[in-house]
Design a protein around this ligand. Structure first.
Ligand SMILES: Nc1ncnc2c1ncn2[C@@H]1O[C@H](COP(=O)(O)OP(=O)(O)OP(=O)(O)O)[C@@H](O)[C@H]1O
Ligand SMILES: [Mg+2]
Length: 305
């Protein structure tokens, strides 16, 4: 990341509900124009963290600066500059889609044209529908549109794409990239690892109120899940000898399918060795670890569980 102006600074954030330490000790910075992801298991403390950022909740310890201001004490100075899509929001049942957008636009010092947002988020057909009559995904889109209507410098999206159909998720991703291209900073809470990998410049993995890993998705994969898997079909031929190659850690053979666990140039080495012995498996390919592997490893959950 190129050094840029820090627009969010969280230092030793702590938040305790009556019987629960929701956030134990969380620190991170976000630079202007970044898409910063917060990942973590249910109950890890992500929503609590972003609610403190938004000034909705008072922290019990540590400090938060958003655009250089204290979101609790200087809330009015931040009005319109931070747009939030909250994880669980509601609007009055009878409120129509266009009325909600106009209402939110009216509250903002510098609003965007909400009609354009209506189109961008696929809600044009629903402009005169009441909130109560919207489907879950349509409500979700409306909340994102409402978060954007003030043309904020910082946009906080808490599980924005949960409940969206696959096509709508892809549209949402493009729109987030557009938001960023316009110069805004995005804080994105998500459970979708593909989404985080595709969109986020950096992610923080939160576990039990602490950050257990922070960095660019690619860097986290290299650091926490460096293993590559080369897979192919070998029929009934024994390929146990592959275990003797450099950069190979183990070979497992289950039926005709072979998996070679290794790192670095393992694909090229395995391919060359097979060719040398007259074997040219047509389905030879490498499976790269993903952010999901990193996440499952760090949060102590494994696919087998
Ligand atoms: N208003 C509240 N009162 C009491 N406890 C709360 C409250 N809100 C959250 N908690 C607790 O704080 C912890 C962190 O909750 P939080 O909502 O921040 O998690 P999260 O990471 O957003 O989880 P999810 O992925 O399920 O949305 C949880 O144990 C939760 O039960
Ligand atoms: Mg949450």
């Amino acid at each position: 990341m190129t050094p840029s102006e820090t627009v969010i600074r969280v230092e030793h954030l702590r938040k305790v509900y009556k019987h629960t330490i929701a956030v134990e000790d969380i620190s991170f910075d976000v630079g202007r124009g970044e898409i910063f992801g917060l990942l973590g298991s249910n109950g890890a403390g992500k929503t609590t963290t972003v609610e403190c950022l938004e000034g909705i909740r008072r922290a019990d310890g540590g400090s938060i600066r958003v655009l250089g201001l204290d979101p609790q004490r200087q809330a009015s100075a931040l009005r319109g500059r931070v747009g939030s899509q909250l994880q669980e929001s509601r609007l009055p049942d009878h409120l129509k889609v266009w009325e909600a957008l106009e209402l939110f636009a009216g509250l903002a010092p510098r609003a965007l044209d909400w009609r354009e947002l209506l189109n961008a988020w696929g809600l044009a057909e629903k402009r005169s529908s009441s909130f109560a009559s919207l489907s879950g995904g349509q409500r979700q889109r409306l909340f994102v549109a409402l978060a954007l209507v003030s043309d904020p410098e910082i946009v906080v999206l808490d599980e924005m794409t949960t409940g969206l159909d696959p096509a709508a998720r892809h549209v949402a991703w493009e729109l987030i990239e557009e938001i960023r291209d316009r110069g805004a900073t995005v804080v994105l809470v998500t459970h979708f690892m593909d989404e985080a990998e595709r969109l986020c410049d950096r992610v923080a993995v939160v576990e039990r109120g602490r950050i257990v890993a922070l960095g660019a998705p690619v860097a986290l994969i290299d650091e926490h899940a460096p293993e590559l898997r080369v897979v192919f079909t070998a029929g009934d031929r024994d390929v146990g000898w592959l275990a003797g190659l450099d950069h190979v850690r183990a070979v497992t053979q289950g039926g005709p399918r072979v998996t070679v666990h290794g790192d670095g140039p393992v694909l090229a080495l395995v391919a060359a060795a097979l060719v040398e012995r007259g074997m040219v498996p047509r389905d030879l390919r490498v499976e790269r670890p993903s952010l999901e592997d990193v996440f499952l490893g760090l949060t102590g959950h494994h696919v087998e569980d």
